[in-house]
Design a binder for this molecule. Structure first.
Ligand code: NAP
Length: 268
């Protein structure tokens, strides 16, 4: 039997998930396919019904459907509930199951490079969907202090309240780096085609780990500047790869290998 899975979102043409899953399917010699569908907000619920009828085992969900995915599910994992959004849906006999693997992907990506990473004071830029997963992950690892800054102040304040963090104004974003051991960029600033992230790094300790969720380009200007001044850095492509591991295992029955070859398949 050929197992079918997919990713749905709008836009979707930029997604690297089909290439990632195709590489794993080939390497593990699994008979399956992973497709992508551009689905408008108003068509999401109908699409899920059609995918189930067509025999899909599951789908990944990206913007703008992550909250709706959780709402429409019959059961949700603790991670999906804590984050308030789902990026993975599985069609089961008992109904629609929702999970969120972004939190896992974020942590695994850093731990794969820096197994001794034990953050105590973390600065987070951005307060969108990705920031929610990062804050949930930081709560899991028991960070003592999280500072969060976002262009739209109210969104940072809302997340700060929910995840017991401290909201810092966007104007003070560089000052909040003082004394931090980790800096996370969850904004889309610095992505190809978007404005650069304007963030002086003088206040950031040289030993602090800097990670950017953006993976296009693979090395953002934030990461380049941090590397040049001696900070350890972690790019976003690994998060994309690690968040896909639980989905691939669930839908295709084998835990996929994460190694250099998979990163090369994605870069090429
Ligand atoms: P989102 O919900 O749309 O949030 C976007 C964030 O960027 C918001 O905090 C927004 O601030 C901020 N922003 C956008 N334009 C800005 C500007 N001109 N000036 C200042 N701030 C600005 O998107 P998301 O889902 O959180 O994704 C954010 C980034 O993370 C994207 O680049 C995405 O590709 C990446 N990501 C990567 C992975 C991975 O696996 N590596 C996973 C998820 C997301 P406002 O609130 O003020 O609008």
């Amino acid at each position: 039997m050929i197992r079918l899975a997919c990713v749905v979102g709008d836009p979707i043409s930029h997604s690297r998930s089909p290439r990632l899953h195709a590489a794993w399917l080939a390497r593990h010699q699994i008979s399956g396919a992973y497709l992508s569908f551009r689905v408008k907000k108003e068509d999401f619920e109908t699409t899920l019904r059609r995918l189930r009828q067509a025999g899909f085992v599951g789908c990944n969900v990206t913007l703008p459907h992550k909250e709706a995915a959780l709402r429409l599910a019959d059961r949700a994992s603790e991670a999906a509930q804590r984050i308030g959004a789902a990026n993975m849906l599985t069609f089961t006999a008992a109904g629609l199951e929702a999970d969120n693997t972004d939190c896992f992907g974020f942590l695994e990506n850093i731990r794969a490079r820096f197994p001794d990473w034990r953050p105590k004071r973390v600065a987070v830029l951005g307060a969108g969907g990705a920031a929610r997963a990062v804050l949930a992950a930081l709560a899991v690892v028991g960070v003592a202090e999280v500072r969060i800054s976002n262009r739209t102040k109210e969104r940072a304040e809302r997340l700060a309240l929910e995840f017991k963090a401290t909201a810092v104004t966007w104007e003070e974003r560089d000052a909040m780096l003082d004394g931090c051991d980790t800096l996370v960029n969850t904004t889309s600033l610095g992505m190809t085609g978007r404005p650069p992230l304007d963030l002086p790094l003088e206040a950031l300790p040289k030993g602090a780990l800097v990670t950017d969720l953006i993976y296009d380009p693979l090395e953002t200007s934030l990461l380049r500047r941090a590397k040049e001044r001696g900070n350890p850095v972690v790019g976003g492509i690994g998060m994309l790869v690690y968040q896909a591991v639980p989905a691939f295992e669930r839908w295709f029955g084998q835990r996929p290998r994460v190694d250099q070859r998979i990163f090369e398949a994605l870069a090429g």
